[in-house]
Design a protein around this ligand. Structure first.
Ligand code: EPU
Length: 466
């Protein structure tokens, strides 16, 4: 078995080698596929370190924050409304801060207090958006559909976001073109214009969350009826549709792969951002791995059925009632013979790294296949520094469960990969220092606060540049 794993490993390393250069560009097989500027419009840098003394059980109650991936496109959609949008349960995270900065730079007036964000887009203008803000996150591209809808023209740079593979925007542009936009790409700028957006049928070759969001924003502003086929069905799309219908849009088929949108004017509205299924999933996995008895509240349970079933198959005890989940774990669990990430309602790619970390200490072997992104295993090398036995081949990981990870100095390179490394630190013997944790703050309000409230020995070691 060991020999087989070693052979596979040398083979997979031969196939794919990853590294990062000093400029934080991801190099795959010597080819630079994506530059990822660390500063990305944020103040400070990505160097903050979280120190974890592993081996403690988690016990207690935790409330789940509002959803990042629901909040961001809804904030972008506020640009369509010539008045004030009030969003409650908005998560207090870095990506939301960055979206606020972007909207303010476009002339929106923003007031925030205790999870409530008010966006007054009456005075919004079609202006040149700062490159470092646009490159700071993926959701900035949703402003393309929003600006086209509001002004009939837009100019925006290419979005950034986590380095988890190539993330083209061809289907975003395809959908907007089908609705009547003229789009050209000049140097690194996307320049779009439409004298009149017109509804029609659009069939997406691939189900894409972002492309569906952009198409929705342009379609609600278009003349006539748009039908989106093979639209993404993720809960964040449902949230965006519900926000738009609350603002006056006509959308049928919400939650399905076929959306029928009737264009028309939008009005001011108030919307409650749903809770974050990925944060809830991360904390369930943390409790499963560390052991203990944790009670999670404000959990979108229906959106986590596949994770909950997987945890039960691993031998973990979970009880769900309405929006609460109780998890009891002895930190001893079985591996999963095969788990593939899928579009919703399948296993979420955003929970794949955290699940892989947990499976490093499962009984027996597990296999994970990543089917959404082509390079979402950047964290594997870091887990190996902690003793994990993982063979990485293309889009698959074969994980041989070991008794214990050991603490190490490791580095987060993206949001969910960073969360996975923190979970690994909870499971490990000794001290783990995870650097690069500013990436984690893009999506988690305060993972240190939440885990230490449950009894973990975890703290910020250093926060350079703050
Ligand atoms: N794709 C294309 N062309 C496109 C658009 C997408 O080929 O024009 C491909 C992508 O390369 C990928 C697949 O389609 O292989 C799915 O990508 P999708 O567009 O659905 O993802 P996204 O909109 O870029 C959002 C979330 C991600 C989440 C994915 C999948 C936001 C801001 N991001 O990304 O969240 O993983 O959907 O559910 O909503 C995260 O929160 O950590 C995160 C990465």
């Amino acid at each position: 078995m060991l020999l087989w794993m070693q052979i596979c490993k040398s083979f997979s390393h031969f196939l794919t080698s990853y590294s990062y250069n000093r400029l934080d560009a991801l190099i795959v097989n010597g080819y630079q596929i994506k530059e990822y500027p660390v500063e990305n419009g944020y103040e400070g840098n990505a160097l903050s370190v979280i120190r974890i003394e592993g081996g403690r059980e988690l016990n207690g109650d935790i409330r789940i924050q509002g959803s990042k991936n629901a909040a961001l496109p809804i904030m972008a959609a506020a640009v369509l409304i010539p008045g004030t949008t009030v969003l409650s349960n908005c998560p207090d995270i870095r990506d939301v801060d960055l979206m606020k900065k972007l909207l303010e730079s476009m002339g929106c007036r923003i007031r925030s207090s205790k999870g409530q964000v008010e966006i007054d887009a009456s005075g919004v203008c079609q202006c040149h958006l700062r490159k470092e803000y646009i490159e700071g996150m993926r959701s900035s591209i949703i402003l393309l559909g929003a600006m086209l809808g509001r002004f009939g023209k837009a100019r925006i740079g290419y979005p950034g976001g986590c380095v988890i593979g190539e993330r083209p925007i061809n289907y975003h542009l395809m959908a907007l073109r089908e609705l009547g936009a003229d789009i050209s790409v000049v140097e690194d700028q996307i320049i779009a214009g439409a004298s009149c957006l017109t509804g029609r049928e659009i069939i997406f070759p691939v189900s894409s969350v972002g492309a569906t969001e952009n198409a929705l924003l342009a379609a609600v502003s278009a003349k006539g009826v748009t039908i989106l086929k093979n639209a993404a069905k993720e809960p964040e799309i449902t949230a965006l549709c519900r926000f738009l219908t609350a603002a006056g849009a006509g959308i049928e088929g919400i939650g399905t792969g076929t959306l029928r949108i009737i264009g028309g004017p939008l009005h001011e509205t108030h919307y409650h951002i749903p809770n974050d299924r990925i944060v809830a999933g991360t904390y369930l996995l943390a409790a499963a791995a560390a052991g203990g008895h944790v009670h999670l509240e404000d959990v979108p349970v229906q959106e986590l059925i596949v994770l909950i079933d997987s945890l039960r198959n691993m031998g973990i005890e979970l009880q769900c009632q309405d929006s609460a989940v109780e998890i009891r774990s002895l930190a001893k669990y079985r591996g999963i013979p095969y788990l593939a990430t899928e579009e919703y309602p399948g296993f979420a790619t955003d929970l794949q790294p955290q699940m892989a970390a947990v499976l490093t200490c499962a009984e027996g072997n597990s296999m994970i296949e990543e089917r959404i992104f082509d390079n979402r295993f950047g964290y594997v090398e870091q887990l190996e520094k902690m003793g994990a036995a993982i063979v990485h081949e293309g889009r698959r990981l074969l994980i041989r469960g070991i008794a214990k990870l050991h603490g190490a100095d490791i580095e987060a390179r993206d949001l969910r990969g960073g969360a996975a490394l923190i979970l690994a630190g909870l499971m490990a013997d000794g001290v783990t220092n995870v650097s690069g944790c500013r990436y984690v703050e893009r999506g988690y309000e305060d993972i240190v606060r939440d885990l230490s409230a449950m009894g973990a020995k975890i703290e910020y070691e250093q926060s350079e540049g703050l």
